[in-house]
Write a protein that binds this ligand. Structure first.
Ligand code: SF4
Length: 421
């Protein structure tokens, strides 16, 4: 359960995938306090089994390359550790403490503060008198018969929650806190491990198609929901763009007409599409389709898909959190769209705020009647672009949306298609 050494041997990709997916599903249910609803195969989650270790170490590797995945996984894996600790039998606990000491002593970096502290704590807890005391039925919840100390920076969660007293940079750990201290050190140990393996793991994932496949699969499984349940695909984008706010409708039309967008316009529109549900493969095909055509914009655009394919694919994958820092980039909100009007070549921005009135009129006329356009233009003011945008939404929306307030292009779209945000 507190795994230090990865198992050796061979495993087929489909078994590896099952170990990972079953673990992820269980971890998420545990996090939601619904572990009893798990109906997957428990064979992959038997404590100390090879499958359990494979799932743990594979997720450790995959999580190390992404900040989002790392935060997601450590919280849940620590919860699993706590849960297992809660049900552990005395002899299993004793074996666990001794194993941690033995395995950490075999490592080259026993000088690492976290490793040294774990060794010290496990030796302290497995000391005969302390051990007998902590596993006895009479051990009180707030007992302070035995104590030791750890550096405060190793147990930030316990310090934050004021569960331990501090003295000269050390947190005082009483015997009643043995589960808390082990869980907290488990979390710190995992964080440290993930940081130190990050660059090697990145190389492995980028150069091994199997791990790249697994990474993509779990990343989308976990974070797809954060993209909001939009439904934009390469096949429906022309129809679906009618539900986009005016700023994104404009970028879509511009791209279809000139086959190019300037850097920031491309960035903002790509992120909007990602969060509106467009999957990676569709995004690549969509941009490829346009950038393979000769451009018809006035600038001397030298970008062409065929000669820059690798660069384009890399930058799209980057936006999807699959390259570089592997962040989950978010699409801009209205405030950003209105104020970051970068250069005269930039086609983006908020039409109600930044565009010439004749361009706004032209854009509106593709979805509104002349009367509606005139009415809307009468209330349009660069000081309150979101009010005009909300009015536009209300005209197009069939439902009662009197109280709508627009704060981002994505929220506009998801509300329009009645999706969760
Ligand atoms: Fe887009 Fe926001 Fe402007 Fe509406 S108010 S057009 S959503 S930037």
């Amino acid at each position: 359960m507190f795994y230090i050494k990865a198992p050796t041997g061979q495993v087929s990709l489909h078994v590896l995938e099952k170990c990972i997916l079953a673990r992820l599903e269980y971890l998420q249910l545990l996090y939601q306090a619904k572990a009893h609803e798990f109906d997957g195969n428990f064979e992959y989650l038997l404590e100390n089994s090879v499958y359990d270790k494979i799932g743990h170490f594979s997720l450790r590797l995959l999580a190390s390359v992404s900040h989002d995945l790392c935060n997601y996984w450590i919280v849940r894996e620590t919860l699993l550790f706590q849960n297992r600790l809660h049900h552990i039998l005395p002899r299993q606990l004793y074996r666990l403490l001794r194993r941690i000491v033995c395995q950490l002593r075999l490592l080259a970096d026993t000088k690492k503060l976290i490793n040294r502290t774990l060794i010290d704590i496990c030796i302290f807890l497995s000391n005969q008198s302390v051990f007998k005391h902590i596993v006895s039925k009479d051990h009180k919840k707030n007992c302070n018969c035995f104590h030791t100390k750890v550096r405060f920076e190793l147990v930030p969660d316990l310090i934050k929650e004021r569960k331990l007293n501090l003295n000269a940079g050390y947190a005082i750990v009483y015997c009643s806190k043995w589960k808390e201290i082990l869980s907290s050190l488990f979390s710190t140990y995992m964080t440290t491990e993930l940081i130190s393996m990050k660059s090697k793991a990145k190389h492995t994932i980028n150069h091994d198609a199997r791990f790249d496949y697994l990474y993509q699969k779990i990343y989308y499984k976990i974070f797809k929901k954060n993209y909001g349940h939009g439904r934009v695909t390469i096949d429906n984008i022309d129809i679906e763009s009618k539900n986009f706010p005016l700023c994104m409708q404009h970028l879509h039309k511009k791209l279809r007409n000139t086959h190019r967008l300037s850097h920031y316009a491309r960035l903002h529109y790509s992120l909007f599409l990602k969060e509106s549900g467009m999957v990676l493969q569709d995004a690549i095909s969509y941009w490829k389709e346009e950038y393979s055509k000769p451009h018809s914009c006035s600038s001397l655009c030298s970008h062409h898909w065929q000669s820059n394919e690798r660069k384009f694919v890399y930058s799209i994958r980057h936006l999807y959190g699959l390259e570089g820092s592997r962040k989950n980039y978010k699409s801009p909100n209205c405030e950003f769209m209105c104020t970051n009007f970068s250069s005269p070549m930039y086609e983006g921005g908020c039409p109600f705020k930044n565009f010439d009135i004749n361009i706004v009129k032209k854009l509106l006329s593709s979805s509104l009647s002349d009367d509606q356009v005139t009415k809307l233009l009468n209330i349009t003011s660069p000081q309150n672009p979101q009010i005009a945008c909300a009015e536009y939404f209300k005209i197009l929306d069939q439902r009662n949306s009197d109280n709508i307030v627009i704060n981002s292009p994505l929220q506009y779209y998801l509300t329009m298609v009645n999706a969760e945000h």
